[in-house]
Design a protein around this ligand. Structure first.
Ligand SMILES: Cc1cc2nc3c(=O)[nH]c(=O)nc-3n(C[C@H](O)[C@H](O)[C@H](O)COP(=O)(O)OP(=O)(O)OC[C@H]3O[C@@H](n4cnc5c(N)ncnc54)[C@H](O)[C@@H]3O)c2cc1C
Length: 121
């Protein structure tokens, strides 16, 4: 059962957005939605498809700590493999139904020391 009283919006379905979603799930929050302006999952790894596009740090470090991937085929995997990893994570954690594609968040919020958090005009 999710914690009541919070409705949470996550912007984007890249590594950061997916990580936020899974961490929220683990903390017991189920009432969240991921707003993704594009038509697919993966952010950087969805958009960059040029030949040779690859991760430049070792793959065992470029994955979620809670979701290690023993199936990396090489130390510096190429874009399709990283993208496939993110797609698998989405399915494993049941996130697909939480994502609204084609939604662009129009308002960002910043915390400023000693000032209230507000949406810029
Ligand atoms: C070719 C390439 C190789 C890289 N290799 C590495 C590497 O080896 N190691 C490393 O640490 N980093 C690497 N990076 C950096 C990489 O971008 C980050 O590691 C990471 O993928 C960023 O994830 P993110 O979720 O923060 O952002 P993104 O992957 O950019 O995802 C943001 C998502 O939010 C969506 N979005 C943005 N604005 C809005 C909005 N207003 N409303 C709704 N949706 C929105 C976007 O469509 C996107 O899906 C690489 C980047 C590139 C381009």
């Amino acid at each position: 059962m999710g914690k009541p009283g919070f409705r949470i919006g996550i912007v984007g379905s890249g590594f950061a957005g997916l990580c936020a979603a899974i961490r929220l799930q683990r903390a017991g929050f189920e009432d969240f939605t991921i707003f993704e302006r594009a038509a697919g999952i993966g952010g950087t790894w969805r958009d960059n498809t040029y030949p040779g596009c690859a991760c430049d740090i070792p793959s065992n470090l470029y994955s979620f700590s809670f979701e290690p991937n023993p199936e990396w085929t090489r130390m510096y995997p190429q874009q399709p493999e990283v993208h496939a990893y993110l797609l698998r994570v989405v399915e494993k954690y049941g996130l697909r139904g939480k994502i609204r594609f084609g939604w662009r968040s129009a308002c960002s919020m910043r915390a400023r020391p000693s000032r209230s958090t507000r949406c810029p005009a």
